[in-house]
Ligand binder design. Structure first.
Ligand code: NAP
Ligand code: G4F
Length: 403
């Protein structure tokens, strides 16, 4: 049985990759950080009681800033494949925590490669490095492929640049099987809540249920090549199954603006958005809202809340215009600009060319931009409905509009 060690297993990609590798009959080991509150929500469904037989999922405490701990874990696990997904992965946060980001994202990669070397495992381990389209930053050509020069625009991008090159260097210097996956943005219902995609889908869902009135964004005109994380983790694995180590761009080949993302997310709940004003004064207003009624009426829901009827779990497409008295109305200002979300240096537009991966790995994205947004809004509607029930039963519910 092959063994994989995943750093960053509690993150979006770590969770999807662990699930994927367990499906391929791997023994999966993950490194999680100690935190004061639980941080394993994304992989709890994979947890196996270590007392049971045939356990194939294990977690180890560790941190990319702690070299001796990494050496010990690699020695204990003796993995065939290592996936380095751990990182301080938020671009905006990296401007505020530049030194920490360099320590975890740049030196963390070096520490893992050194652990492999110190333990004499250079010939037996295959190493995947989570590189990023942020390396292209201020893009030097469109679309971006493996030959496009890098021009990072944030402490995060610069840290990842070091990680990219140290991975290439160890491949060349020590003949290690080390690959860079240069992945463009990828999202999902378990995306971190402060990345723009999830921030939008969560706010839209909460507004639909009357839990929130509006939300604030930064640069609406930034464009990204957005894919689905489920498709992208498969590419990570494929890279490590090749005869020779190499670097690959993984992207959908479509670019969309933040503005388009907002419009599609609102469309998912039957609302059209119109933009008015310019720059920091621009606002998004509901111009039209469908009068569609859902299978569960507001009355039915209220009865269930009062305990007069047995509440049943709503299907995600049943959330349409249930709560008529709370519902959004045409003319409502639902998006405003908050300049604090503008970045000191921005990456204006990313568009990837994944033809090398298509040819060499046989990799192709399957989930479209529209399908991805739809699945995210649906999942967030389910989550919001739980908050709605709590609120209607008199419990306190937090307002997330200022994230
Ligand atoms: P994510 O959801 O932010 O997950 C990051 C993971 O790294 C989490 O498990 C986090 O632990 C862990 N981590 C952070 N600092 C650590 C440290 N010092 N030591 C150990 N673990 C640490 O990120 P993601 O979206 O899954 O992305 C996975 C990787 O791909 C990252 O390296 C990211 O930079 C890169 N990437 C992502 C994208 C994208 O669009 N998603 C695109 C290109 C590249 P906690 O759960 O405890 O915070
Ligand atoms: O969702 P974002 O924060 O993702 P960003 O900066 O593209 O980084 C993500 O993708 C990278 C791959 O290219 C990864 F390496 C990285 O780890 C991360 O996963 O922002 C996307 C765009 C930016 O241009 C930002 O300025 O959305 C713009 N934006 C506008 N308003 C906002 C907001 N971003 C955030 N997070 N929050 C806003 O309110």
């Amino acid at each position: 049985m092959k063994k994989a060690l995943i750093t960053g297993i509690t993150g979006q990609d770590g969770a999807y990759l662990a699930e994927f590798l367990l499906g391929k009959r791997y023994e999966v080991h993950g490194i999680k950080r100690r935190s004061s509150s639980l941080n394993t929500g994304r992989v709890d469904h994979l947890y196996q009681d270590p007392h049971e037989e045939n356990v194939r999922f294990f977690m180890h405490y560790g941190d990319l800033t702690d070299a001796t701990n990494l050496i010990r874990i690699v020695q204990e696990v003796q993995p065939d494949e290592m996936y380095n997904l751990a990182a301080q992965s938020h671009v905006m946060v990296s401007f505020e925590t530049a030194e920490y980001t360099a320590n975890a994202d740049a030196l963390g990669t070096l520490r893992l490669l050194e652990a492999i070397r110190i333990l004499g495992m250079t010939d037996s381990v295959r190493f995947y490095q989570a590189s990023t389209s942020e390396l292209f930053g201020k893009v030097q050509s469109v679309p971006q492929n493996e030959k496009t020069p890098f021009y990072p625009r944030s402490p995060y991008g610069v840290a990842k640049l070091y990680a990219y090159w140290i991975c290439v260097n160890y491949r060349e210097a020590y003949s290690m099987f080390a690959c860079n996956g240069i992945l463009f943005n990828h999202e999902s219902p378990i995306r971190g809540e402060t990345f723009v995609s999830r921030k939008i889908t969560r706010a839209v869902a909460r507004m639909k249920l009357g839990l929130q009135k509006k939300f604030y964004l930064g640069n609406l005109d930034a464009k990204r090549d957005w894919g689905h994380a489920k498709d992208f983790v498969k590419a990570m694995w494929l890279m490590l199954q090749q005869k020779k180590p190499d670097d690959f761009v993984i992207a959908t080949g479509e670019s969309h603006s933040v503005r388009e993302f907002v419009e599609l997310a609102f469309r998912e709940i039957g609302a059209e958005i119109q933009w008015k004003g310019k720059g920091a004064k621009e606002v998004g207003i509901i111009s039209k809202i469908s009068g569609q009624r859902s299978a569960v009426s507001g009355q039915e829901m209220k009865k269930a809340i009062r305990g007069a009827a047995k509440p049943r779990r709503l299907k995600s497409d049943e959330f349409a215009s249930d709560f008529s008295e709370r519902a959004l109305r045409a003319g409502d200002v639902v998006v405003e600009i908050d300049p604090r979300y503008f970045r000191p240096t921005e990456v204006d537009e990313l568009l990837g060319d994944a033809s090398k991966a298509r040819k060499a790995l046989g990799w192709e994205p399957r989930i479209s931009f529209e399908e991805m947004i739809s699945s995210m809004v649906k999942a967030d509607l389910e989550e919001a409905s739980r908050d709605q029930l709590c609120k209607d039963s008199g419990y306190r519910v937090l307002n997330y509009s200022n994230e």
